[in-house]
Design a protein around this ligand. Structure first.
Ligand code: NDP
Length: 508
């Protein structure tokens, strides 16, 4: 489509050679015992940008064994929280010192624009610092009114060995939503990134080593969901699994981890609505809707893929979103001005296109885009900014996670109808409301089924504010105080403090 804003020039240099990503087990970097590796071909540039060790049960067993030993001997869990916090802060320093290196490989593996990758990798350091600050806040309760000779104390302790399984859409950011919080709590970990974006997780191993994290406290195994991820969710030496990814795999993990009754925390998909009332600042709302659908090419659990707009303003609003969509800079991710990059894999691109084709066949109207896009000099693993109207709530494009730059538009007449449409989803991750009326906003916030609700903004986030989903968007929470608490177990101490205890056996 000729009137889109497509940037093909490059401003950032390509690395000299593919990054060699290795496992990090028991404090040492290693290739796989059987020498297996996988190549990652950049979705935007079509060249091999990394080669990663492909793990098997051998490496996964070794990593779990190492994490178990490191937990059980207390080298981390019994370290004073002050010392744990100091190491986490040193890791944050090293992340900040290496942002450009991280961002370049993250960009080339994922297809996201370099400016966004810089923001995510740099911003992740703040998650590490916030987690470090929480390490020193662990405390429970005391009960001093149980009787003269009794005292009760409720302790919080690290839950144990945690398996961390992450996806490809925000590899370093999502890792940093989990790992530093688990470490701050005193847990030891085994981490598996997606096999299509393994490198920044492997690079983190360098920082963990340099910062002085004791060997075995965090182990990284590279490889596929099966066998690596699968063993991480079934092994009896693992106490908890925290996973971000698809709802389908989340359900599988819940079942397999259930065999040994592990705690499971899941951050899954979303089909997130932004609801636009006619009294809203429509210019701001249109900009936020445009951002919400194209950020990370829509490959984002928080993507606002459903706009629900009042029918009185729908035509003008959609026209404004279409006009703004034409101005968004799509194209070469290795240009600092690019806002939207490539699609992660060709399979995923075909899935996105399939949703659009299916909706068109069912009578939907494509107001903009709707096709695979090519960027001069880079190829065709891109997708046009796409706005689809004339959809009905039962269509797959409205109900399922398209995970692409594809916005659907529904309309409403009343507040009740808007809330019913917003809640008409198996997902419940996030939602947004746009209105100048505080009563409208508050009523929407109370009644919408979502773990995060934004009013007159979209996707602002802070380490302090916990994140997670209702319904089939997940269970448990991440980041913030509540996310930290997921990694803590609770233990009651019942203590006799008097010298005498009334005997149970009558000896006289
Ligand atoms: P998956 O859920 O398949 O993968 C996420 C992670 O889980 C990867 O590290 C993957 O490994 C691993 N994994 C896969 N199978 C298992 C298993 N049986 N046991 C343990 N771990 C496993 O997501 P996809 O990458 O396939 O994406 C598919 C869809 O999921 C997307 O189209 C999107 O709709 C949704 N998604 C949602 C995300 C979110 O942020 N909520 C993130 C990513 C995807 P590997 O792939 O390396 O084999």
């Amino acid at each position: 489509m000729s009137d889109l804003n497509i940037l093909s020039e490059q401003t950032v240099d390509m690395p000299d050679a593919p990054y060699q990503a290795r496992h990090f087990i028991d404090g040492e970097f290693a290739q796989s015992a059987d020498g297996q590796k996988s190549d990652r071909v950049s979705p935007s540039h079509g060249v091999v940008v990394s080669q990663a060790a492909l793990g098997s049960n051998v490496e996964t067993e070794a990593a779990i064994r190492s994490a178990r030993a490191a937990f059980d001997d207390g080298r981390w869990s019994r370290l004073p929280a002050k010392d744990r916090a100091a190491i986490l802060n040193r890791i944050a320093d090293l992340i900040e010192a290496n942002v450009e290196r991280l961002a370049v490989i993250e960009t080339l593996e994922s297809g996201k624009p370099i400016s966004q990758a810089r923001g995510e990798c740099g911003g992740a350091a703040d998650l590490w610092r916030y987690a470090a600050s929480l390490a020193r806040t662990v405390h429970g309760d005391s009960h001093n009114a149980l009787g003269d000779d009794m005292m009760g104390v409720v302790l919080k302790e690290p839950i144990g060995v945690v398996s961390i399984i992450t996806p490809w859409n925000f590899p370093f950011w999502i890792l940093s939503q989990k790992l530093p919080f688990a470490l701050a709590a005193g847990c030891t970990c085994v981490v598996k990134p997606s096999e299509v974006t393994p490198s920044t997780t492997a690079m983190l191993g360098e920082f963990l080593q340099e910062a002085g994290l004791p060997a075995g406290v965090c182990n990284i195994v590279l490889g596929y969901g099966n066998p690596v991820g699968s063993l991480m969710t079934t092994h009896e030496d693992v106490d908890m699994v925290t996973f971000t990814g698809s709802t389908a795999v989340g359900k599988l993990i819940t079942k397999s981890a259930g065999e040994t009754l592990k705690k499971v925390a899941l951050e899954l998909g979303g089909k997130n609505p932004q609801v636009i009332f006619p009294d809203a600042d429509l210019e701001q709302a249109a900009d936020a809707v445009t951002f919400g659908i194209y950020f990370n090419v829509g490959q984002c659990c928080n993507s606002s893929s459903r706009v629900i707009v009042h029918e009185d303003v729908a035509d003008a609003f959609v026209a404004r979103v279409v006009a703004l969509s034409r101005k968004v800079v799509f194209g070469n991710p290795m240009n600092s001005d690019t806002q939207v990059g490539a699609i992660v894999t060709t399979d995923h691109q075909a899935k996105i296109d399939g949703y659009v084709r299916q909706a068109v066949a069912a009578g939907a109207e494509v107001c903009l885009g709707g096709h695979i896009m090519s960027v001069p000099g880079l190829g065709t693993q891109f997708y046009e900014p796409t706005v689809v109207r004339g959809v009905t709530p039962d269509m797959a494009i409205v109900r399922e996670e398209v995970f692409g730059p594809v916005l659907t538009v529904l309309t409403f007449k009343t507040l009740d109808e808007a809330i019913a449409l917003a809640n008409d989803s198996t997902y419940g991750l996030s939602a947004g409301v746009w209105s100048e009326n505080i009563h409208t906003c508050l009523e929407f916030c109370r009644r919408v089924q979502a773990g995060t609700v934004w009013t007159n903004t979209w996707m602002d986030g802070f380490p302090e504010l916990t994140f997670g989903g209702m319904k089939q968007s997940g269970q448990g929470r991440e980041i913030g105080k509540y996310g930290f608490e997921e990694f803590l177990e609770v233990k009651s101490l019942v203590m006799r403090i008097g010298r005498k205890r009334a005997p149970w056996v009558r000896t006289a």
